[in-house]
Design a protein around this ligand. Structure first.
Ligand SMILES: [Fe+2]
Length: 244
């Protein structure tokens, strides 16, 4: 692992080897999507940096409750709390970040018109939620444990249970996307998408451990997922090689 952190307040260079390789043939669609020429740098414009922005008013009262936010009735599946902290490379919390999540239902099926998996839709589960981090960078949402699902890649590839995350900073040009996995899932090491991440420590940072201390007795298990924006403990982002 390359040592880039220079200590508190120093500049932390981007480590492209930490993030998923854009070209990874076992993940078939990466072959056509990967850049075939050297990346170009172009300056960020003022409008990309300063806007558009979002306000706290966009968050509805049930946006962070995927169990209920589709119809008001409870979705089917094991109930879980997912919580963590968005932080910078020096461990400082990033407040006011918009964390958006989307996931399959307990049977492994997405509510999407192009979804082709035979598992049943849950009439009470939409699969989307969002929350804004508090002043210290903490976030929390409630949902159900997503199911694993098969996908057309190799002959018999399955995605481990996962939740997709998008993190927005103060403008829409500051967007990072990643996926969270669950501790103990044997499908993680078999997944071609996870396999596009070369560093085992980077994979580990995407696996949320069971957090017994935050479970809700007779209600929900809890998983802890911290998101680190840069530095030695940073989260591996799908969007990092091409984006900000
Ligand atoms: Fe997915």
């Amino acid at each position: 692992m390359t040592e880039h952190s220079t200590g508190k307040g120093g500049f932390v260079a981007r480590d492209r080897d930490w993030h998923p390789a854009p070209y990874h043939p076992p993940y078939k669609t990466s072959v056509k999507r990967a850049p075939q020429a050297a990346l170009l740098s172009f300056p960020t414009t003022a409008s990309e940096i300063t806007g558009p922005t979002f306000g706290h008013g966009i968050i509805g009262p049930q946006d962070n409750d995927l169990i209920h936010n589709f119809t008001g009735e409870s979705a089917i599946g094991p109930r879980i709390v997912v919580h963590g902290r968005v932080q910078d490379e020096f461990g400082r919390g990033v407040g006011g970040a918009l964390v958006e999540v989307w996931q399959a239902n307990a049977g492994g099926r997405y509510r999407h018109r192009k979804e082709g998996y035979v598992a049943a839709l849950d009439p009470n589960f939409g699969g989307c939620g969002r929350v804004i981090t508090d002043a210290d960078g903490f976030y929390e949402f409630r949902t159900i444990m997503p199911g694993a699902y098969p996908w057309p890649n190799g002959m018999n590839d399955w995605r481990p249970a996962h939740i997709h995350f998008s993190v927005f900073g103060h403008s829409f040009a500051q967007r990072l996307i990643t996926q969270m996995y669950f501790e103990g899932d044997p499908l993680i090491s078999l997944c071609p998408i996870v396999g596009s991440i070369q560093n085992p420590d980077a994979v580990k940072a995407l696996i949320a451990p069971l957090d017994k201390a935050r479970t809700v007795p007779m209600d929900a298990l809890a998983y802890k997922f911290d998101i680190v924006l840069r530095g030695r403990r940073q989260t591996a982002f799908e969007t990092r090689p091409e984006g900000l």
